[in-house]
Write a new protein. Structure first.
Length: 160
């Protein structure tokens, strides 16, 4: 049996993704970046358990060359969608404004006053019940999913 080369597998995966995803989505699904974010997300949740995790997560998070860069993690569970934003300066909490529509979260005044970030959510959310809390330098916004089961039948009329 022929040995699999990781570079060949990577090339094949990228080729398959490019065939099935619209061109405007190209570059949005860099799996290396997704793995890095997932790793840092899990390391941030386990910060209180060991000091080695804290030191490794600090090494993984490289300092930003752009001071206005905005880091955000979005993930969903069966019932909720979470948006997690690392807060580098507690002054941000005093000026942050958070809004949402049924499918977007709008974050204003982070990292600088006047900055606005629109985050498209993976699912529809309910109008009420959103909560935000700050703990361990992390702002977490929890939104309840809206199971939109309403549908309307459309009659098809024959055109004469």
């Amino acid at each position: 049996m022929k040995q699999l080369n990781p570079q060949d597998i990577e090339k094949q995966v990228q080729n398959m993704l490019s065939q099935f995803m619209p061109a405007k989505w190209e570059g949005m699904f860099n799996h290396e970046e997704m793995l890095k974010r997932a790793t840092s997300m899990f390391q941030n949740t386990d910060q209180n358990t060991t000091n080695s995790t804290t030191s490794s997560s600090a090494q993984d998070q490289q300092p930003s060359s752009n001071p206005t860069e905005f880091d955000v993690n979005v993930f969903e569970t069966f019932d909720d969608i979470y948006v997690r934003i690392p807060i580098k300066d507690e002054e941000w909490l005093k000026r942050v404004k958070i809004f949402h529509t049924s499918n977007q979260v709008i974050i204003e005044n982070i990292p600088e006053v006047g900055h606005r970030h629109v985050i498209t959510l993976p699912s529809l959310i309910k109008k009420k019940g959103t909560v935000a809390q700050y703990k361990d330098e992390m702002l977490e916004i929890k939104m309840t999913k809206n199971a939109d089961m309403q549908y309307t039948e459309v009659d098809v009329a024959e055109k004469l």
